[in-house]
Ligand binder design. Structure first.
Ligand code: ATP
Ligand code: F6P
Ligand code: MG
Length: 327
């Protein structure tokens, strides 16, 4: 018999992502609609350990769907890596009557969720990260907004780069993942993209590309580097030194995590948050909500961890062909 959940807790953890507020709103309102009490835990697992816990009602989530960031705040919490911290967290949940918990975050946060589940708190993960690096799902809340923000910023860099006939090396976020970089590579029409998932072209090959494009009359050369590859400033210095072409490095950084969520992120946030509540009501625990082949489903956290996230080979191929095609 499925354990009946009476009180649902919701927290956001890891890096914030646009659309997390839509997910919080959906958890709160769907939870209330299903007759549950809903509590918000502020500042992720750190807030749980500090008992930063508030009652949520339908009004607590008014006027947030359009806002970036997370109204519950977020954190990275060292103590939660330890069994002692996890046990303390589970006991605090019990103290507040929280018998079902929705953790909105990335792969790291789901490891915390799994630990709580093992300690008797029914826990559901909702994928919220701009990195798109959760194995079991085709989509993670925040990616679309982040990639659009990065794309618009890179368009602007391209304007000035072309005016000065420079080479630009732009680093986008993605701790271990190249999705934002690959998407920007295609949508910004960059000359080269470096991502951590595949063997990248060498610095020598980059230099050859820059020099040969310049000979063909190209006014700019745009290289996009995923954060997981790193070395952006050093690479820019080396390219300038060896090509004699003025080169600038730009690290886009945290601006990619902010801003009003796109319709895609509001939609997935709302649908995934609502689905997480229904899974709790069915007695599920230790699972991650997933968007696969156009529909919502779920995988156990173990299963998700074992699955391999395969970067889209066709996107890499298309990116490389379109990048290199110069008249
Ligand atoms: N192995 C683990 N066991 C228990 N808790 C963990 C574990 N890994 C991570 N956590 C908890 O989850 C928090 C967030 O993890 P992490 O910093 O990896 O971010 P994330 O959820 O992957 O999101 P993002 O990568 O998008 O920023 C950690 O600070 C920690 O509190
Ligand atoms: O905000 P912080 O702690 O600097 O984290 C940055 C990391 O978080 C992410 O933005 C994901 O949330 C990664 O792309 C990046 O490596
Ligand atoms: Mg992560």
């Amino acid at each position: 018999m499925a354990k009946d959940v009476n009180t649902i807790g919701v927290l956001t953890s890891g890096g914030d992502a646009p659309g997390m507020n839509a997910a919080i709103r959906a958890v709160v309102r769907m939870g209330l609609a299903r007759g549950k009490r809903v509590m918000g835990i502020r500042k992720g697992f750190e807030g749980l350990l500090n008992e930063d816990i508030i009652d949520m009602n339908a009004r607590s989530v008014s006027d947030i769907i359009q806002r970036g960031g997370t109204i519950l705040y977020t954190a990275r919490c060292e103590e939660f890596f330890t069994l002692e911290g996890q046990t303390k967290g589970a006991n605090i949940c019990r103290k507040y009557g929280i018998d079902g918990l929705v953790v909105i975050g990335g792969d790291g946060s789901f490891k915390g969720a799994k630990a709580l589940s093992g300690l008797g708190i029914n826990t559901i993960g909702v994928p919220g990260t701009i990195d798109l690096d959760i194995n079991c799902t085709d989509y993670t809340i925040g990616f679309d907004t982040a990639v659009n923000t990065a794309m618009e910023a890179i368009d602007k860099i391209r304007d000035t780069s072309t005016s000065h006939e420079r080479c630009s090396v732009v680093e986008v976020m993605g701790r271990h993942s190249g999705y934002i970089a690959l998407w920007c590579g295609i949508t910004n029409g960059s000359e080269d993209v470096l991502i951590p998932e595949v063997g990248n072209i060498t610095t020598e090959e980059l230099i050859n590309n820059i020099v040969s494009n310049r000979k063909k009359g190209k006014k700019h050369h745009l290289i996009i580097v995923a954060e997981g590859v790193g070395g952006t400033e050093k690479l820019a210095r080396e390219l300038e030194e060896k090509t004699g072409i003025e080169t600038r490095a730009t690290i886009l950084g945290h601006l990619q995590r902010g801003g009003s969520p796109t319709a895609v992120d509001r939609m997935h946030g709302s649908m995934m948050g609502a689905y997480a509540v229904d899974l709790l009501c069915e007695g599920k625990s230790n699972v991650v909500v997933s968007y696969k082949n156009g529909d919502y489903t779920y995988y156990s956290i173990e299963e998700s961890n074992k699955m391999k996230k395969v970067i889209n080979k066709r996107q890499i191929e298309v990116s490389q062909i379109l990048d290199k095609y110069t008249l």
